[in-house]
Ligand binder design. Sequence first.
Ligand code: PGA
Length: 245
Amino acid sequence: MKKLIAGNWKMNGDISSATSLIRGIEAKITPDLQNTCDFVVCPPFVHLAAVKPHLTSCRLGAQDVSEKPNGAVTGDISAAMLKDMACDYVILGHSERRQFHEETDMLVAAKAYAANAQGLVTIICVGETETQRMADQQNMVVEGQLNGSLPEGADAGNTVIAYEPVWAIGTGKTATAEDIRAMHAFIRSKLIEKLADGANVRILYGGSVKPANAAEIFAVADVNGALIGGASLKPEDFLGIAEHS
Ligand code: PGA
């Protein structure tokens, strides 16, 4: 399975920096890297149009989508709008949205259903908090999120799972290789139970991935790529991670 290297640019930058960033990333993607990795960048909504003309090897993704098709939903963006903007991917259920926007598993599933209906591939994020891990509840939490967030019709073609322990996001802390192995194996077993092609769903790891820890993370079984926040804002770090795939 080719690794998926996904950049989550979060709420950073402006049109000028977003343009330089995608140009810098594209300039560094070699044919060798394209043989081992697929790339996607997820800028803020208002920078998608500026990034789009500079894409050659990377696919475009968004960081959220509405569960509704159109109409009186002030401030939201529909899956059809993302498709029209040439997006192929959308990140859903990121812990920052679950935390700051109180997104539930049920809402994530509705958003994923709407995204899949427009042909978008969803990157559905799951992961436990530090308190939950300390109480050894990580498997229960992640299983609940998988059960609640995967929409009807999810399959290996339209769905990617990103395991992001909340305590590792933006903190510089990463889970140990053994913690990642155990959780990815657990997620894989649940996907196989739930979906006919669950063995082929990509499972990404996310949370303070950087060039210095990428080799160890990518060596873990069932790690099929990375969802990268902070380090995706520097072309040399984003590609430095991919080089270890
Ligand atoms: P980070 O973010 O790489 O900055 O920890 C990952 C994410 O939130 O997707």
